[in-house]
Design a protein around this ligand. Structure first.
Ligand SMILES: [Zn+2]
Length: 352
């Protein structure tokens, strides 16, 4: 089982220790030399434990209305908000790079308290999904299901008069949004709101409408993270008051992630997700071991922008840091990596 890779590694290390013995052998008597298999690139390649494949990358894209729009996002070099026509160019790049798929976020023209643009059949995500499935039917389209891009207050659901996010009332809105994505042709819907019970609720709504074969990729363990900073600019989803700590997870908690992910499995999630990725490798490994489920990890905007910014200043080698960060996420147990590096990483892997 994939999830036990790490444990097998520990067992192997144990037997190596036994082989080496506990004698204070002189250097000339060393029988076990770990460096033997590190000597050449050919040897290192042969014994490599983790290999990246562009098919495991999902590329997040931000879509808005209009035509000919390709607006750079200042805090995320190389990332843009685009109109659907421009998005199709990116979809073509995704197909050519043979990456796993794209994840669509919408920036609506109109925001209101209930985020009603979220289920507009002519909304940017719905239009983009239809266009991609028409032009590139083989490209996997995952859609973000959440209210924060669509509400005028920027929170992930309906507010109570006291200003709390109303969990159960929000579920209805998420179902309408997910259904409109499925109708537009989304291959996978990905709820990112962290409301309780939303996976079960969406599963019920999709099944009742005949979308029994539309998988749910659940943002199962999503932390209230400072690393989301640049995304807020990209998705124009900064809350106008307060923060998301009353529904997203506390970064201090690990065991709680297992409760969250077990609940989502019980409610019918097909793929689990941990977000962010780089600072949560322990969570990725634990969820993989515990669930055995297909597991995605989201290398978020801040993780991307930190590498880009440091590379831009010449402080690190950007390409090596990119591949090392992705390898670490895969090594921890992620089968799927959602990353803004998707196209760049696919090209780097091809060139090797
Ligand atoms: Zn949200």
């Amino acid at each position: 089982m994939e999830g036990s890779t790490f444990l097998r590694g520990i067992a192997a290390a144990d037997s190596a220790r036994v082989e080496a013995g506990d004698s204070g052998a002189s250097a000339s008597a060393l029988r076990v030399r770990m460096r033997r298999l590190r000597r050449t690139d050919a040897l290192r390649r042969m014994v490599r434990e983790t290999r990246l494949d562009p098919a495991q990358f999902i590329w997040p894209l931000f879509v808005r209305h209009g035509s000919g729009v390709r607006a750079p996002i200042g805090s995320m070099p190389g990332v843009f908000q685009t109109s659907v026509d421009e998005l199709l160019r990116d979809a073509q790049r995704a197909v050519e790079a043979r990456i796993g798929g794209v994840l669509l976020f919408g920036i609506p023209e109109h925001k209101d308290a209930s985020g009603s643009s979220a289920w507009d059949t002519r909304g940017p995500v719905q239009e983009a999904t239809r266009a991609i499935k028409r032009e590139f039917p083989e490209l996997l389209v995952v859609t973000d299901v959440c209210m924060c891009e669509y509400t005028d207050h920027g929170h992930c659901g309906l507010l109570t008069p006291e200003g709390d996010v109303d969990n159960d009332a929000t579920l209805e809105l998420l179902a309408r949004e997910a259904l409109s994505h499925a109708e537009a042709g989304a291959d996978i819907v990905a709820p990112s709101d962290m409301m309780d019970g939303r996976v079960g609720h969406l599963r019920g709504a999709l099944d009742a409408a005949g979308y029994t074969d539309t998988p749910i990729m659940s943002y199962a363990a999503k932390y209230a993270s400072a690393f989301y900073g640049p995304f807020r600019e990209a998705a124009e989803s900064t809350p106008t008051f307060g923060d998301r700590r009353s529904y997203q997870m506390d970064p201090s908690n690990g065991r709680e992630a297992l409760r969250e992910t077990r609940l989502d499995v019980a409610e019918g999630a097909d793929i689990l997700m941990v977000k962010p990725a780089g600072a949560y490798l322990d969570i990725i490994a634990a969820v993989k071991r515990d669930s055995g489920m297909p597991l995605a990890a989201y290398q978020v905007s801040g993780e991307y922008s930190m590498i880009k910014a440091a590379a831009d200043r010449g402080w690190i080698d950007g390409e090596r840091a990119m591949l090392e960060s992705l390898t670490a996420i895969a090594r921890a147990g992620a089968d799927i990596i959602i990353t803004y590096f998707a196209i760049e990483a696919a090209a780097a892997l091809r060139a090797r």
